[in-house]
Write a new protein. Sequence first.
Length: 290
Amino acid sequence: MNKFLPSVISFSVVGLIVLSFTGGTVYTIDQGERGVVLSYGQVKEIAEPGLHFKLPFVNKVIKIPVRTTTGTLDKVLAYSSDQQPAEINVSVTLSVADTGVDKLYSQFGNLEDAYQRVIVPLTRQEIKTVFGQYTALKAVQTREQLNHDVQEAVTRALSPYSYLKIHSVQIENIDFSDAYEQTIEDRMKAEVEVERYKQNLEREKVEAEIAVTRAKASADARVKAAEGEAKAITLRADAEAKAITQKADALKQNSDIIHLMQVERWDGKLPSTMLPNNVVPILSSSENKN
């Protein structure tokens, strides 16, 4: 009989393990979630990831995800400040704080109910409020600022639920009527053309200023050159006048130089024709006078 005892014990252990799993006394919590352990319906503790045990028919475990998750709100109808209707698609990325799992359960039971009962309606309301502060054109032109304002408004509205961590609120699409979208497109094109025209005018203005500056520089250079040339001419004229004066003074002081110049220039021939009463020029020198 003793030889069957080990088999009985082994069978009993296996049976106990199987009974534990099938009877719900053993449970696991995955990474990325937490377990709200209830005892007769009241929150007893929060189970961390791992293997845990509970009392059958006494304890119950509600698993709450704490991973970052994203929900979407499609076709949120809102009106701009200039009364243009638009359907807006928004995504909300959030997570549940580890320390707030029990509060989430106490208020909503699970994350899905919290999302539908609080996050969705508050986000819709804030989108309508913020979008109503923008004209349709401004909403398109300053999409990033609009997105920032919406995220701030949603985060502020959900601040009473501190265990809900809002990571981002993204405007995925703004859909106006086809006719108005065409109007916006045409207006934006016109503004681009106006801006381009202004840039061209500014460029032409700069080019004109450059041309004026160059022309002035060229004119100044010519004036400087002319002044230099005039000064050079004046200097040359002064030099020539001074030379002539000096030469005249020299001739006055020594008249023989004139006779010498006449002799040097005479070719030794007398005139071939002579008019009546004309006198044959006789060259004289200082030697003859002596």
